[in-house]
Write a protein that binds this ligand. Structure first.
Ligand code: HEC
Ligand code: HEC
Ligand code: HEC
Ligand code: HEC
Ligand code: HEC
Ligand code: HEC
Ligand code: HEC
Length: 491
């Protein structure tokens, strides 16, 4: 029942909620439309023209006419390795920032490497891209990203249903008691505002069998996904999406027996904040200060995962001390992950902690598949581990199953090509590789693998063409450079 509701909404009925509620809840609907949430995504946005040069990666970007163009400059200043993408969606209201997405002919949404930052009113690299080798125009905007920023898997601004759920019964008979009212529950907010870390760790895992957009308001969050954090997180870690993560660690939250909710301070519909400290704190100190409590106890600071964005620190402390970061940190975390906020599940915790693709991680994925036999990402992960273990025939079976469930899954097809190629069927591998580059023509690794397969078949001109495309897409891809220069035809 619920599933069909979500599916029905995925097909372009995005105006459903706001339009249907407006006549009776006019003030709420109008207030919400003005919030950042009510403007969280814009399809076919108007984009300010501009340029941004990134010397660290020798890439130059021009934004104009609804497109983003990238080129590199050679010694004489001549432009080469040119790529151009249309700007099809804007993620973010622009209260703080806007990141752009480009739709590929195959329907995939790619994240663009340059974002707009409102405080500085200027373009800079997107969060995580300020390094010599970055994702450039190759990174997919996944459903998980859309889960927090969009009303559904089709890009659209967030609406009422993300907090109130299915409204069919209520619309049939408007009144109390037949639609979910979150009242003081914060989990409806946590579904999007709780994140322990945005890059570098497995921050959370959905429970086996749960699709990205399968969470419904009112359901315990722990039935949908489990959260993880570093075993020993640095106290001063502070990110763009850290409101709930930091609030949960506050004495105010921990020692007030569930009385401190997001809506204690925020009106959910206008998103406006009032400090509300006085409901719990009455002392000489608070009477003397009267207001402005947040300025001292919840200061605004630079986010470590997006240096051009300043956010309110929701970890309410006596005397917060911090140093603003000066550059992006790309150091991978190799330590242990432990459950955060939600209770431990031994299997999921073990999988979140997988670091090496070895026999024991393969066993963990097998166990997970017993609980969720149709989980495509796990089938792919298992397939890849089995390839590493030289169990190519087993890998092939898992990857074929993944493709039977999700025929457009290019990652599965790429791994399948490797699995059958390793078993000696190079022609079959070549066929699959060609299907992969047709499906994901922006993926440098797909072209690299196609090139290597051609080389394996002694087809050197095909190999050279594919490797050159890999390099155009990703100029820093050293393996492709090496493979190209080692080809007999290129010498
Ligand atoms: C035809 C008028 C009408 C429409 C359309 C309507 N509502 Fe209501 N809604 C009401 C009335 C009447 C109440 C009860 C208010 C009261 O008793 O003060 C209500 C109450 C609610 C409540 C509180 C329920 C509770 O049990 O506390 C929520 C939440 C709500 N509406 C959400 C929505 C959403 C979301 C939509 C659009 C999908 C919507 N409504 C469309 C008339 C409407
Ligand atoms: C579907 C995901 C989602 C849910 C559910 C959600 N938020 Fe948000 N919220 C966002 C996103 C995304 C933004 C940033 C939007 C932007 O400005 O682009 C945001 C922004 C905000 C803001 C900043 C001010 C503004 O104008 O938007 C506040 C305050 C806020 N949310 C509070 C809440 C509270 C309180 C709840 C629960 C009652 C909640 N949110 C539930 C995704 C969500
Ligand atoms: C777990 C949920 C979640 C995920 C996943 C997520 N975001 Fe966000 N993001 C948020 C929330 C919530 C905010 C608002 C934070 C705040 O105002 O405190 C935000 C803020 C932003 C903003 C700034 C918006 C503004 O003007 O305030 C941009 C841009 C953004 N995210 C882009 C992305 C992109 C692109 C992805 C995917 C690659 C992504 N986010 C993944 C929840 C998420
Ligand atoms: C970000 C989450 C969120 C979104 C989106 C949201 N609401 Fe709500 N809504 C809440 C929460 C939380 C409450 C209960 C707390 C409160 O009443 O302030 C609530 C309460 C209500 C109520 C009951 C108010 C009362 O007096 O009891 C109505 C009616 C309502 N919402 C309508 C809507 C409509 C219509 C929309 C879309 C335009 C909408 N809401 C969007 C979170 C949300
Ligand atoms: C729902 C009740 C509640 C609200 C609202 C609330 N607090 Fe608290 N706060 C508490 C409790 C309970 C403690 C723990 C007191 C103790 O340890 O004896 C606390 C502790 C604190 C501390 C000491 C922190 C520490 O780590 O020792 C500060 C500072 C503080 N609150 C400031 C604020 C400010 C500022 C606001 C408003 C922005 C606020 N609180 C809102 C309940 C609340
Ligand atoms: C004790 C009060 C308090 C609580 C509880 C609280 N907030 Fe806030 N929040 C604030 C204040 C104060 C601001 C700053 C408002 C401003 O600058 O206009 C703020 C700002 C925000 C913003 C705007 C972006 C930013 O970081 O500046 C978001 C998003 C947000 N809160 C979300 C949440 C969510 C989600 C929850 C629950 C997990 C929550 N807040 C709980 C007081 C609170
Ligand atoms: C000018 C900065 C400033 C403002 C404004 C401010 N505080 Fe504080 N507050 C402090 C400092 C500093 C401490 C820590 C004192 C210490 O630990 O010796 C503190 C301590 C506290 C504590 C810990 C217990 C106590 O009473 O010592 C609470 C609770 C608190 N503040 C609440 C508030 C509230 C509520 C407001 C707004 C009405 C507020 N503060 C306004 C700076 C401020």
């Amino acid at each position: 029942m619920r599933r069909s509701f979500w599916l029905a909404l995925a097909f372009g009925c995005n105006l459903f909620a706001a339009n249907d509620c407006l006549p009776c809840h006019t003030a709420i609907a109008e207030a919400f439309a003005k919030t950042g949430m009510g403007r969280s995504i814009t399809v076919r946005p108007a984009v300010l023209p501009g340029t941004f040069s990134h010397p660290l990666s020798n890439r130059h970007y021009t934004i104009e006419g609804g497109k983003m163009k990238r080129h590199q400059r050679g010694p004489g200043g001549a432009a080469f390795n040119v790529i151009e993408k249309t700007i099809d969606v804007a993620i973010g209201s622009g209260n703080h920032a806007i990141t752009y997405g480009s739709r590929t002919p195959n329907g995939m949404l790619l994240e663009l490497p340059v974002s707009w930052y409102s405080q500085e009113k200027a373009y800079f690299m997107s969060p995580g891209y300020d390094q010599p080798a970055h994702f450039d125009m190759r990174r997919e905007i996944t459903e998980s990203c859309l889960f927090c920023h969009s009303d559904s898997a089709q890009p659209a601004a967030i609406t009422c249903r993300r907090c109130h759920g299915d409204a069919a019964a209520h619309l049939a008979q408007p009144g109390r008691g037949n639609i979910y009212n979150p009242q003081r529950s914060s989990e409806v907010c946590f579904q999007c505002h709780l994140e322990t870390e945005s890059m570098g760790i497995v921050d959370s895992m959905r429970k086996p069998g749960r699709d990205v957009f399968s969470y419904w308001p009112g359901e315990p969050l722990a039935d949908y996904k489990l959260y993880f954090d570093r075993a020993d997180p640095p106290a001063e870690r502070f990110e763009v999406n850290h409101t709930a993560y930091r609030l949960i660690q506050s004495a105010c939250y921990q020692k007030s027996a569930g009385k401190l909710a997001c809506v204690t301070c925020h009106d959910p519909h206008s998103a406006r904040a009032r400090e509300a400290c006085g409901t719990c704190h009455q002392s000489e100190h608070t009477r003397a200060k009267a207001t402005g409590c947040a300025g001292c106890h919840m200061p605004k600071r630079k986010a470590q995962d997006a240096l051009h964005i300043t956010m309110t620190d929701h970890w309410i402390q006596r005397a917060p001390k911090f140093v603003d970061p000066v550059k992006e940190n790309h150091e991978p975390y190799t330590g242990k992950l432990v459950p955060f906020y939600t209770k431990a599940d031994p299997l999921l915790t073990a999988i979140a902690n997988v670091r090496v693709p070895d026999a024991s991680s393969a066993r963990l994925y097998e166990q997970y598949l017993q609980r969720a036999p149709k989980d495509v990402p796990t089938l792919i992960a298992l397939g890849k581990v089995l390839i590493r273990l030289d169990r190519d025939r087993d890998a092939e079976a898992r990857l074929r199953r993944a493709l039977a469930l999700a025929p457009r899954e290019a990652e599965a097809r790429l791994a399948l090509a490797v699995a059958i190629g390793k078993q000696g069927d190079i022609d079959g591998a070549l066929r699959e590789m060609k299907a992969v580059v047709a499906a994901v023509p922006d993926d440098s690794y797909a072209w690299l693998n196609l090139g290597l397969t051609h080389r394996g078949l002694q087809q050197f001109s095909g190999a050279a063409a594919a490797l050159r495309e890999a390099i155009r897409l990703q100029p820093d891809l050293a393996v492709a450079q090496q493979a190209l220069s080692s080809l007999p035809a290129a010498k």
